[in-house]
Design a protein around this ligand. Structure first.
Ligand code: GTP
Ligand code: MG
Length: 305
């Protein structure tokens, strides 16, 4: 490990659970076998033996406030005392041994995502497709190049995680944390990891994919309102242009005058053009800001090293 890298004593594992009596013991054992001693299980009110198994394995067990995975992570942050937090699902799909690889790059970043490159066949096909769409949308909207923004295993600086609002619904929490980092410090990285088939029953339904995608767009709007202007501009341009062409054709080739339509369509075209151009300009500025932040961060790291 390079100098300055955090060690395992700087890490608290946070495991959100809901009905994971079959997986939770395995996850805790594997974390301990890999040297992670501080473990918090945030339970969403399981009615099986999840909490019992977790405390018998030596984890600290707390009940989450509210409902859903997002509020579980928010609750956990009240108890985490280390500079780093490792979020990992309780269904034994994520291999805890990758914590070493994640820690070894951690000093230069605020979030390190465990990207599921190995064992992708263990992600149900529909989820794989949903992850792909969400990750692509995320990359475009936040100007990053991630490959698995929905991963349930990630290392994040506790102080940065505390800045997140946790306003998205349950399963959008991964996207929300990544959006925060991507839009502020931009110190986000990925480490390839292996994914296993889950033990126990899944909670992710088909509609969750759409909810997460919706939240991705909503988060982008909050961080980057230019998009709203762009969409409104396009909405005005799309009917404006054909109406104007029709008015023009009628006047030139048939000698028919449509004054009212002419005024309406010209207004639509000019408002649309101005907003689209303005938003493209702001997008360039935003990209420039991102690139400058990256350059400054890089320089600072060079100076510190
Ligand atoms: N505390 C808490 N944990 C939850 C809640 N919903 C899900 N979880 C846990 O969050 C983790 C991820 O949920 P999963 O059901 O595995 O979702 P997934 O990994 O996207 O989908 P699968 O392919 O079914 O595994 C698991 O450890 C769940 O037990 C909740 O409302 N509260
Ligand atoms: Mg899972």
């Amino acid at each position: 490990m390079s100098s300055g890298s955090p060690s395992k004593s700087d890490v608290t594992a946070v495991i959100p659970t809901l009905q994971e009596e079959e997986g939770i013991g395995l996850v805790i054992d594997e974390l301990k076998a890999n040297g992670v001693e501080k473990i918090i299980v945030v339970d969403g009110g399981s009615t099986d033996r999840t909490r019992e198994v977790a405390s018998s394995k030596g984890a600290r067990v707390v009940l989450q406030e509210g409902r859903g995975k997002a509020l579980a992570i928010k609750t956990a942050l009240k108890y985490v005392e280390t500079p780093w937090m490792l979020v990992i699902d309780g269904d034994y799909t994520y291999d805890a041994s990758y914590v070493d690889a994640m820690l070894s790059v951690a000093k230069d970043y605020d979030e390190i995502i465990g990207a599921r490159l190995l064992g992708r066949e263990n992600i149900p096909l529909l989820n794989r497709f949903g992850n792909w769409v969400i990750t692509k949308a995320f990359n475009v909207l936040f100007g990053v190049r991630l490959s698995d923004v929905c991963s349930g295993m990630y290392l994040v600086r506790t102080e940065i995680a505390r800045e997140v609002w946790f306003e998205g619904k349950g399963f959008s929490v991964e996207v929300e944390i990544a959006a925060h980092v991507a839009n502020t410090t931009r110190r986000i990285a990925e480490v390839p990891i292996r994914y296993r088939r889950r033990v126990g029953k899944g909670k992710l339904g088909k509609r969750h994919g759409f909810l997460i995608l919706f939240d991705t767009v909503r988060l982008a709007w909050r961080y980057n309102p230019t998009l709203v202007i762009f969409l409104l501009g396009s909405l005005s341009l799309m009917p404006g242009v054909p109406i104007f062409l029709w008015v023009f054709y009628e006047y030139v080739f048939r000698g028919v005058e449509h004054f009212v339509w002419a005024i309406i369509s010209l207004q639509m075209v000019s408002v649309g053009l101005v907003s689209v151009l303005l938003s493209i300009l702001s997008l360039y500025l935003k990209r420039l800001e991102y690139r400058l932040i990256e350059k400054i961060e890089k320089r600072l790291r060079q100076v510190q090293a």
